[in-house]
Write a new protein. Structure first.
Length: 532
C-alpha cells in the first residue's frame, strides 16, 4: 500500500482524502459498524490480559452488549498501580512508547499512558487528516503540499503532542521547523525562536499548537518582540525582503506588526479547552481561524472540526464512544456501585450534554474510561456540509479539575493547599474557570470576621503559592506570560447566607453549600447576592 507521502507526491489527492478524512463521508450505520467491529477485537485482547481481568473484575464478555453490561465505569485510579510503574507485562498489547499528561496536581505528578504500535500508526493518518481539513475549503480539497513548512509549537515527548510530531516526521510530508531532532532538545523559547528564524527565511505554511501558545506567540509581535527578533536577523539576505514587506503592510494598516503580515498561513490547528476563548484573537493575529481538535492523552483523538469551522465530527476508529446522561452521572457519583445506563452515538439527542466514556481500540489500556469531560451534541448531522454523524462541542470539565490553557489541571486539593500556605485568614471559598479575553481562574473567598484582605493582596499571595505547588501552573507565567488568577473577597457571612437560602429552598444536605471547584453560574449569583 502506498504511503500518505507517496499519495501526495503522485497527486492522488482523492485517495489521500479518503484515507485521512473519509470518516466525514460515513453514514451513521457505517460509523457504528466500525465501532462494534473494533470493540470486539479489543474485547478479545482484554480477556487475555491481567489488566483486563483486574479492571473488568473477572468478567469475560464476548459481545458488545455483554461488555457494556458487565464492565464497570473506570477512572485512572483503576489503572494507576500498573501504569504509573509502566507495567508492560499486564497490558492487552505491548506498547511502543509511553506518553504522559499533567495528571492531577497534588495527587500524582503525571499520568502515564501506553501507546501501541498499531495505534501509533493509525494516529498518523488521523493527524494528517487534521492538517488536510485545516487547509481545505470544501469536501475533497487537499491543499497541503509535499515539504510544506510546519512550526513545532507543541510540547516535546513524552507529552502526547510531541508523539504526534514524531509521527508526522516519520510520514515525511512536512518539513518541521526546527528539525525534530533539534526541537526535542530545546526549551520552549529557544525552539520557537529557532522556528521563527527558519520561517522567516524558508516560509511557514501550517502550525499546530495549544491555542494559548498561538496567542502568546502572536502577541509578542504586536508588543515588538517579533520585530526585534526579526530585525536581529537582517544580515540574512532571504529575510530582509519578507520583513520589509511585512513592516510596510502593518504601517499601512496603522497597527503593530502581526504574524499575518509576514506569513500567509495555509492552516492553523489548535488544541486545548480554551479554543473558543481565543478563536477571534487568533484570527486577528494570524489571519485565519484555528481548526479545533478534541482529544487527550488517554483517548488520543476523539473529534475535530471540518472545513466549515463549526462543531466537531467524531472519529470512529480510535475509541469506542459511550455517552452518560446527566441523571445517570448524578446517580453514579452518589452510588459508586451503580452501573449507569450509557448511550451510543446513534442514541444521543440533539441539544443534550453527556459525560464522555471511552474504550481504547488497537490494544490500548483504557476500558469504559470516564474522561471527566462533558460534550454537547449540537446537532444530529451537519446540514451545511452534509455530514451524517452527530456534531459535538466541548462543554466543560465535571470531575473537580480546572484545566488552564492546556498547561495545568488544578484540583481542589491544590487550591486548598495554596490557600492554607498563603497565611490568609479565610472562612470558606469556591473557585471556577470563567470566560474572557484570556482564561480566568476566579477564586471567591470569604475572610474570617476580623480579617482585612483586599482582592489584590489575596490574588498576589495565592498566585505565588500556586506556582510553588504546581510547576505547570508556574509555566503559565514563565512561558505564556499569563497570570490567570483573580480573587474576589466576599463579605463576612456570605457562605452562611448561601446555606440559609438553600435550606429555605428545600435543598438536600449535599447541596447546602456550593462546591469548592466549578460551582454553577446560579451558585455564584447567590454568593454575590448582598448579605442581609
Amino acid at each position: 500500500m502506498a504511503t500518505t507521502a507517496e499519495l501526495l507526491r503522485e497527486g492522488k489527492t482523492q485517495d489521500l482524502w479518503q484515507r485521512c478524512c473519509g470518516f466525514v463521508d460515513l453514514k451513521m450505520e457505517q460509523f457504528m459498524s466500525i465501532q462494534r467491529e473494533l470493540l470486539l477485537e479489543q474485547i478479545e485482547l482484554l480477556n487475555r490480559c491481567e489488566l483486563g481481568n483486574k479492571v473488568m473484575r473477572g468478567a469475560k464478555p464476548h459481545s458488545v452488549e455483554e461488555f457494556r453490561e458487565q464492565v464497570p465505569i473506570t477512572t485512572y485510579v483503576n489503572y494507576a498501580p500498573y501504569l504509573l510503574e509502566k507495567r508492560e507485562d499486564v497490558l492487552p498489547e505491548k506498547p511502543m512508547l509511553w506518553q504522559r499528561t499533567s495528571g492531577r496536581s497534588g495527587e500524582y505528578p503525571c499520568k502515564w499512558v501506553p501507546v501501541t504500535r498499531r495505534m501509533y500508526d493509525e494516529l498518523g493518518d488521523a493527524i494528517l487528516g487534521i492538517f488536510i481539513l485545516a487547509t481545505a475549503k470544501d469536501r475533497g480539497d487537499v491543499i497541503i503540499e509535499d515539504h510544506d513548512k510546519l512550526l513545532y509549537g507543541a510540547a516535546p515527548p513524552p507529552y502526547a503532542s510531541g508523539s504526534y510530531f514524531r509521527r508526522l516526521a516519520e510520514m515525511g510530508v512536512f518539513d518541521i521547523l526546527p528539525p525534530l531532532e533539534e526541537a526535542e532538545e530545546m526549551g520552549f523559547e529557544e525552539r520557537i525562536q529557532k522556528g521563527f528564524k527558519m520561517g522567516l527565511s524558508e516560509g511557514m505554511d501550517v502550525m499546530f499548537a495549544i491555542s494559548s501558545v498561538l496567542v502568546a506567540i502572536g502577541e509578542r509581535f504586536g508588543q515588538g518582540g517579533g520585530l526585534k527578533r526579526a530585525a536581529s536577523m537582517l544580515t540574512e539576505p532571504k529575510i530582509l525582503p519578507n520583513l520589509l514587506k511585512a513592516v510596510l503592510k502593518s504601517k499601512l494598516a496603522g497597527r503593530p506588526l502581526l504574524p499575518r503580515d509576514i506569513w500567509s498561513i495555509k492552516g492553523l490547528i489548535a488544541g486545548g479547552a480554551d479554543n473558543e476563548i481565543y478563536r477571534e484573537k487568533i484570527k486577528h493575529l494570524w489571519g485565519r481561524y484555528p481548526l479545533d481538535v478534541y482529544g487527550g492523552t488517554e483517548p488520543f483523538l476523539i473529534a475535530m472540526q471540518t472545513w466549515d469551522y463549526e462543531a466537531m465530527t467524531f472519529l470512529p476508529h480510535i475509541n469506542f464512544l459511550e455517552f452518560m446522561p446527566e441523571m445517570e452521572r448524578q446517580q453514579w457519583v452518589s452510588e459508586p456501585m451503580y452501573q449507569p445506563n450509557l448511550l451510543l452515538l446513534d442514541e444521543v439527542q440533539e441539544g443534550e450534554s453527556y459525560a464522555l466514556v471511552i474504550t481504547n481500540f488497537r490494544g490500548g489500556a483504557f476500558m469504559r474510561y470516564f474522561l471527566g469531560d462533558v460534550v454537547k451534541i449540537s446537532s444530529l448531522r451537519n446540514k451545511k456540509v452534509n455530514i451524517d454523524i452527530p456534531q459535538m462541542v466541548f462543554d466543560s470539565r465535571i470531575d473537580g479539575i480546572i484545566d488552564i490553557s492546556g498547561f495545568t489541571r488544578l484540583t481542589e486539593k491544590t487550591v486548598w493547599q495554596a490557600l492554607e500556605n498563603s497565611g490568609l485568614a479565610y472562612q470558606d471559598w469556591s473557585v471556577r474557570k470563567e470566560a474572557g479575553e484570556k482564561p480566568l481562574l476566579h477564586l471567591y473567598i470569604e475572610p474570617t470576621e476580623n480579617a482585612r484582605i483586599t482582592d489584590d493582596e489575596a490574588t498576589t499571595v495565592i498566585h505565588e503559592q500556586l506556582k510553588i505547588l504546581d510547576s505547570d501552573y508556574a509555566a503559565l507565567e514563565t512561558m505564556l506570560g499569563l497570570k490567570p488568577l483573580k480573587v474576589t473577597v466576599l463579605p463576612v457571612g456570605t457562605f452562611q447566607a448561601y446555606v440559609s437560602k438553600q435550606r429555605a429552598a428545600g435543598a438536600d444536605l449535599a447541596h447546602l453549600k456550593p462546591p469548592h471547584v466549578n460551582p454553577s453560574e446560579a451558585a455564584i449569583d447567590k454568593l454575590l447576592t448582598p448579605v442581609p
